[in-house]
Each structure stands twice: as C-alpha cells, then as structure tokens.
Ligand binder design. Structure first.
Ligand code: HEM
Length: 540
C-alpha cells in the first residue's frame, strides 16, 4: 500500500512537535533545578543567621492572611533579632533592623533596586502600566532613573516649593470650607479628605492641573473615582506582592476584580497623560520636565509608553502617602487632649488659631512653618509610628558584583539574595526607642532624637528615623510631603478640633484595622467629626 505524501508530512510535523515539547520540558526542568540549586547555595551562606521556621512557601500564607504586613516585620525583628532571614519561594531575604547596617546597606553602591521578578517587583510595574515597564521607584540606578529623578527633583526645589506655597495653602482652605459646610454632626472620612487635599497639591506641583478633588469631597465625582480606582489597583498590587503565584490563579473572582481595578486606574492615567500632552503644564511642574526627557536607550524624547507608567507612579506616590500620614496624625491627636492643647497653644501664639476674640485666624505664611516646633514634632511622631512606606525598602546585590559585605564582615548579602530594611520595624523597635508604641511628640523636642543612641557609621551618627528611606533612592517628594503636612495640619487645627466617630470603635479596633496596601492606611478609613473652634468657620 502506498502511503500518501501528506501523511508523511503530518507525521513528521507531529514528531517534531513532540520532540520540541520534550526539549522545552527538559529546558524547564534544568532551569527549575538551577533555581533550586542557587536557592540551596544561598541558603547555605545564610544558615548561621536566625531564620523563620522552614516551610515550602515561606511566610506567604501568613502574609496573605494579615493586612498589617508592617507589624509582621516588627514582630519578626523582636523575635529573631536585628539581622534575620526569611525566604519567599526560592528567594532568600535578609531582614536588617540594625540601624548602622541598614544605613550602610541603603547607601551601598552594590545594593540596588534590581529585584527579581519572582519576588513580586513585577506587581508594582503592572500597577504602573499595562506594559509593566519599570519606573523611578523600581528601576535600577541607571541612566533612565537618573533622567526621571532629575526631572522630578527639579519640581521639588525649595524655591519652587516657596512659589507653590500659596496654592498648597489654598487647597487646604478648600478643605476647611467643605468641612465647615458639612458641620460637626456628620462624620467625614478624613483619610479620603486629606488624600483629596494631597491630590490637589500634587496636581498643582506635579501636573500643573486643578484636580478639583478637595472641593468635591461630598460628591461621587471624577477625582473621587480616580482616588478609588488608584486605591483598588493598589490593593491588587499588594495582593500580587504577597502572592507571586496570584497571576496564575485565574479561577478566583477576586483576581479578575483586581485586574479590572488596575485597568480602571490605567484609564485614569491615560486621561491625565492625554491632558498633559494636549496642554503642556507650567515649566515648574515635574510633568513639564518629564515630557522633555531624552530616553538614554533611544536618544530621542521619551515616548508615552514609558512616560505613562512614571506619571502613574508619581500620581500614586504624590497623594497617597501624604494623605494617609495626615489622617493618622488627626487620629493620634484625637486620642490625647493634652497633645491637641499644645498644638493649639502654639498656633495661638502665632495668631493662627480661631478664637472668640479672633474668629478669623491669620493666614499661615511660609515663615510660620519653621516656627511650628510642636506641630512639626507631632508630624514626625506620626511618621515614626505610622510610616506610610513602612514595609520598604528592599535592595539586591547588583549582578556580577558578587556578595556584598556589610558591617566590616558582620553580614554578607549573597548575590541572588535580597536585603530588606523595613522602616516600620526600625521605627517601632523597643531596642531603639523608649516605649515605641506610645504616641509621644515630646520625644522630638530632645536634641538628636532622630539618631540611634551611640550608633556611628564612618564616624557620623546614624538615623533611627527614616520615614523617607535613606541613600540615593530616598523619597524624592519628601520636601513637598513635609510642606503639605505642616501647612494643612496647622490650618486644620487652627479652625477645628477633630473627634473620632464612634463607628471607628476603640483604639484597639483602629490598631487592628491598620492595613498595608503598598502604603499604610486604616482599613476603616478615618471617620471624624470636625468641630469648629468658632462658628462659623471662615477661610482666608
Ligand atoms: C509622607 C509622605 C511620604 C512618605 C512617608 C514617603 C516615603 C517614601 C519612601 C520610604 C521611599 C523609599 C522607598 C525605597 O527605598 O524603596 C520613597 C520613595 C519615593 N517617593 Fe516618597 N514618600 C512620601 C511622599 C512622596 C511624595 C509627595 C512624592 C511625590 C511624587 C513621592 C515620590 C516618591 C518617589 C518617586 C520615590 C522613588 C524614589 C527613587 O527610587 O528614586 N513620595 N518614598
């Protein structure tokens, strides 16, 4: 019998497919074996360090079940000491809360942000844009990072901050107007309110846009939806960080809902990007500088494909961190009448407090900011106890540089492992602070309170207070964050006293609702009554 030629071809093709499939399986097996071998080898180098009990997945199960990831690190540091290790799947992490080693690590040239994908850094990049390009937050310290950082830093110069000060003051005045309109009987989510105020500020300083978020606090409006979309996408990003296998769990409805939230956020950013392209923002904004970046990879102006994720990241970092810090401050002060009395005394001494004799407080000026010693101590204490970026930072030895030796040989970070110096665990460490769980602004009235007692690196003091991180990759927006917090809180306390709404429950319940979704917030929001110091409240 003659076999048709077509049959021969089909047979050869299927034979080839089977062989290729076999080769692919073999390559994957070898790849897997290599990963396991590397993991074992790194594990051997770290086996002398205290470590979490061994388990297949590492602490992922625990991390998934706890919303307060920052507290987990605080607990580990207390249980296992200032240098310990844990493993996420096949990646070994060295967690350091010793302030000297942490400072050295965060300033070390051979420890950078090039984190392995399987460690979850991809979740952050997928949050920033559908193409998962790296951004200023996740790029290694390379030419593109330098270009973006320079563009952003220009907008945060002191002279620029000074020029923007009246606009920042105005954003808070709008909040005061809305709170006065609502009245003291209604509980307002002050976390949402302060996020809106911060969004308006970053809109002005960063994008040269009036976002209109504060004045529409009471509506189900577009800026409000942008905030909701951002926070829902952030929650998905956090879930992805805590579960590197989440992307494959397509049978779960929450994974689909999270993806939809991320798409909604990307649409918000696409609209903002189109807006910026349509009408170039003022030269002082970082958006204007970003538009002019020459992409080091191509030698031509950066395209929207790479610019959009940067805008997304800056949009998030710009309002979320400062907004939550302000609302945690309002919460902490509402729990201690003494602290509030000291704030109001200071404001009164500067004519910034509404009183029956002076119902219209003086408008806050730039020069007042440095005179608000006690209020600034309160803000510092809030950033210590409720660090918005408290689960960061992470660094990895740069590829090819070999193992990184720290503390004169006290610690070696093997190439392929990750260095983690969680801010929350340093700032809440009983080894570094007296009574760290107590909200005590008075500690900031002592000289050198930021420094770890007796700790030195290269002959200089070492900080135990690092809410904005340390080293070349510290927070580029910290000047704006500080300025906004002092201006906003001085104005808010000048006009109102804030009482926690009964629906928020006890202090223990608020503590139990601490939630990390990249940044630290309260899962219940922060419902408060704004009680006018003198009715009716007027703004300047
Ligand atoms: C209270 C407010 C804020 C806190 C607590 C905070 C905290 C931090 C921390 C801890 C880091 C370092 C992360 C790391 O080392 O991995 C960081 C980085 C960063 N922050 Fe902030 N931040 C705040 C406000 C802002 C604002 C207003 C902006 C404005 C856009 C901003 C933009 C950024 C950016 C772009 C980075 C990445 C910098 C780089 O890697 O070069 N942050 N922030």
């Amino acid at each position: 019998m003659e076999i048709p030629e077509s049959f021969d071809l089909a047979y050869a093709l299927s034979d080839l497919t089977i062989k290729l499939f076999g080769v692919w399986i073999l390559v994957e097996i070898c790849h897997g074996a290599l990963i396991l071998f590397r993991c074992w080898r790194i594990g051997r180098k770290l086996r002398h360090l205290p470590s979490l009990p061994p388990s297949l997945l590492g602490p992922l199960e625990v991390m998934r079940d706890r919303t307060d990831r920052h507290r987990l690190y605080v607990e580990w540091a207390q249980k296992y000491g200032p240098i310990m290790t844990y493993r996420i799947l096949t990646t070994h992490v060295v967690m350091v809360t010793d302030p000297v080693i942490a400072a050295e690590a965060l300033r070390h040239k051979s420890l950078d942000k090039d984190l392995p994908q399987q460690f979850g850094s991809r979740a952050l990049d997928e949050f920033s844009g559908p193409n998962a390009h790296k951004t200023i937050l996740t790029l290694p310290t390379d030419e593109r990072w330098k270009a973006v950082r320079k563009a952003v830093a220009t907008a945060f110069s002191t002279s620029n901050m000074r020029a923007n000060f009246p606009g920042i003051r105005k954003a808070c005045n709008q909040l005061i107007e809305v709170l006065a309109e609502v009245g003291p009987s209604v509980a307002v989510d002050m976390d949402n309110a302060t996020c809106r105020e911060s969004l308006d500020v970053i809109g002005q300083v960063g994008f040269g846009r009036d976002m209109g978020a504060t004045r529409s606090l009471l509506d189900d409006d577009e800026p409000g939806q942008a905030i909701t979309a951002t926070q829902a996408a952030q929650a998905e990003c956090e879930a992805g960080l805590n579960d590197p296998l989440r992307r494959y769990k397509l049978w779960r409805p929450d994974v689909w809902a999270g993806r939809a939230a991320t798409r909604r956020f990307h649409k918000v950013i696409a609209r903002l990007m189109a807006d910026i392209r349509r009408e170039r923002p003022a030269e002082a904004t970082f958006a204007a500088h970003l538009l002019d970046i020459i992409d080091p990879a191509t030698g031509v102006t950066i395209t929207d494909e790479f610019l959009k994720p940067e805008i997304a990241l800056l949009f998030l970092a710009g309002f979320e961190t400062t907004g939550h810090t302000a609302s945690w401050t309002l919460y902490a002060v509402s729990q201690d009448a003494d602290i509030e009395a000291k704030i109001t005394k200071e404001l009164a001494s500067l004519g910034l407090l509404a009183t029956h004799e002076q119902p219209q407080p003086r408008s806050i000026e730039w020069d007042d900011l440095s005179k608000l010693t006690y209020l600034n101590a309160v803000i510092k204490e809030s950033m210590r106890k409720y660090p918005a970026g408290g689960v960061a930072p992470f660094r990895a030895p740069v590829k090819g540089a070999g193992d990184v030796v720290l503390g004169g040989g006290k610690l070696v970070i093997p190439e392929g492992a990750i260095l983690h110096a969680p801010i929350a665990a340093i700032q809440l460490s009983p080894a570094l602070w007296d009574n760290p769980e107590k909200f005590d602004p008075a500690r900031w009235l002592q000289a050198d309170a930021e420094y770890a007692p007796g700790a030195k690196l290269d002959g200089k003091g070492v900080k135990r207070f690092i809410p904005f991180g340390d080293g070349a990759r510290n927070c580029v927006g910290q000047t704006l964050a500080r300025l906004n917090l002092t201006t906003a809180l001085a104005q808010l306390y000048g006009s109102f006293s804030f009482r926690l709404a009964s629906e928020m429950g006890t202090a223990e319940e608020v503590r139990a609702a601490e939630q990390v979704n990249i940044t630290l917030s309260c899962a219940k929001g922060m419902k408060m009554h704004a009680i006018p110091r003198v009715a009716p409240v007027k703004t300047t």
